[in-house]
Design a protein around this ligand. Structure first.
Ligand code: ATP
Ligand code: MG
Ligand code: MG
Length: 365
């Protein structure tokens, strides 16, 4: 038995605990107020409102610390790591919390990504547009999620508007990638240097937010899966990464182009709970506690994950479907908020798409 301390107490921590308890692990969470999705699942809960020493209390409780978000403070992790191991380590966190550093690492490892430039003024943005061309996507370098803090510049007369909308801070301009599909891959590495990879999945977004995932992605050649795994192997090794690492990719005529990575379990991996032999959550727990990694093989021909966003919706429909699995996070309804997800597992794509139709009440309008 190991005690795992989680910085954050949202749905990702909650699903880590649900996966870790059967392995005999114990969990403690560090959250804001005890109202979060993970709070009641922990053996211990530490409030940030107490004072800073509650992070120390979590670190004392735990044998190993992990985190839910790439926005976790690097300084905090560095402090904790002086006496309690933190996985993934500081380097994984530092690189993946800043889009400029992330793309710098892609370049260094010869992983294709959009042309980009970090800018910090309207003047430097104008120069970057000259160099990169339009259309282009302007993003905050840090803290963006669900497509927040982004502006697609289509025409030069929008440059000032884009700067006004999200400027006055450091931004990154990325060339717009013409893609056929959005894919992602999840890999896991433990300290014994075992690497495992889940199959590529297809992600369907609306308004920048993930709506559903098809797993495995259909019509993926062995060569493309190998290309994705080779990107991941380079990243895992360069970062000396321990735990789950996720890479979002664009499928293009020239192969896979990296978008961004996350040093953690990921929404596009939620299908693995019922869809794979070992879930991403269990494999993260195994990796950070020094256990052998589990099989990433799908349990059925095809699976899907449908996000429940904004309002809980017709969950009775889900409960009546034999191969649908409901996961609610115990969060209050709010527009655009991820409240839960539904996993579907099927023995054929046709059956899966029938089931997806039955879930149209949860799909983007
Ligand atoms: P997440 O919630 O996945 O963390 P995020 O807010 O960090 O998202 P990105 O993944 O960078 O944002 O972008 C959100 C979406 O915008 C992408 O999934 C993709 O659909 C689109 N997008 C982002 N960058 C580009 C690009 N360079 N070219 C084309 N489309 C892009
Ligand atoms: Mg992101
Ligand atoms: Mg993304």
């Amino acid at each position: 038995t190991k005690k795992i301390g989680v910085l954050g107490a949202g749905q990702l921590g909650r699903m880590l605990a649900i996966a870790g308890y059967p392995l005999g692990q114990k969990f403690g969470f560090y959250g804001m107020n005890g109202e979060e999705p993970s709070a009641l699942l922990g053996h211990m809960f530490f409030h940030s409102s107490d004072d800073v020493t509650s992070v120390d209390a979590l670190a004392k409780f735990a044998d190993v610390i992990t985190y839910e978000s790439e926005n976790t403070s690097v300084e905090q992790v560095r402090e904790i790591a002086k006496h309690t191991p933190v996985y993934p380590g500081e380097k994984s966190l530092f690189v993946s919390q800043h889009r400029g550093r992330e793309k710098g690492m892609f370049d260094q490892l010869d992983i294709p990504c959009a042309p980009y430039q970090v800018v910090d003024s309207l003047e430097s943005l104008k120069i970057a547009v000259e160099e990169i061309g339009l259309p282009a996507v302007l993003k905050t370098t840090t803290e963006g999620y669900d497509g927040k803090g982004q502006f697609v510049i289509k025409d030069a007369d929008q440059i000032e508007q884009a700067w006004q909308a999200i400027g006055n801070r450091e931004l990154i301009l990325e060339g717009f990638i013409e893609f056929s599909r959005e894919l992602s891959i999840i890999a896991v590495r433990n300290a014994a240097n075992e690497h495992v990879y889940y199959p590529l999945v297809q992600n369907i977004h609306q308004d920048g937010i993930l709506r559903y995932t098809i797993a495995p992605a259909q019509q993926i050649s062995e060569a493309i899966q190998q290309q994705a795994e080779s990107y991941m192997q380079k990243l895992l090794d360069e970062l000396d990464h321990v735990g789950v690492l996720t890479l979002e990719l664009f499928e293009t005529l020239d192969g896979l182009v990296a978008n961004e990575m996350a040093p953690r379990v990921h929404n596009s991996g939620h299908w693995t709970i019922e869809g794979a032999e070992t879930s991403q959550f269990e494999n993260h727990v195994r990796a950070i506690t020094g256990l052998p990694l589990g099989s990433t093989a799908p349990r059925q021909t095809i699976a899907a994950m449908v996000n429940i966003i904004g309002e809980t919706g017709p969950v009775e429909t889900v409960l009546k479907m034999p191969n649908a699995h409901l996961h609610l996070y115990d969060k209050a309804e709010r527009a655009g908020r991820k409240l839960g997800h539904i996993n579907l597992v099927s023995d054929s794509p046709e059956a899966l798409f029938e089931d997806l139709k039955a879930l149209s009440g949860f799909m983007p309008k």
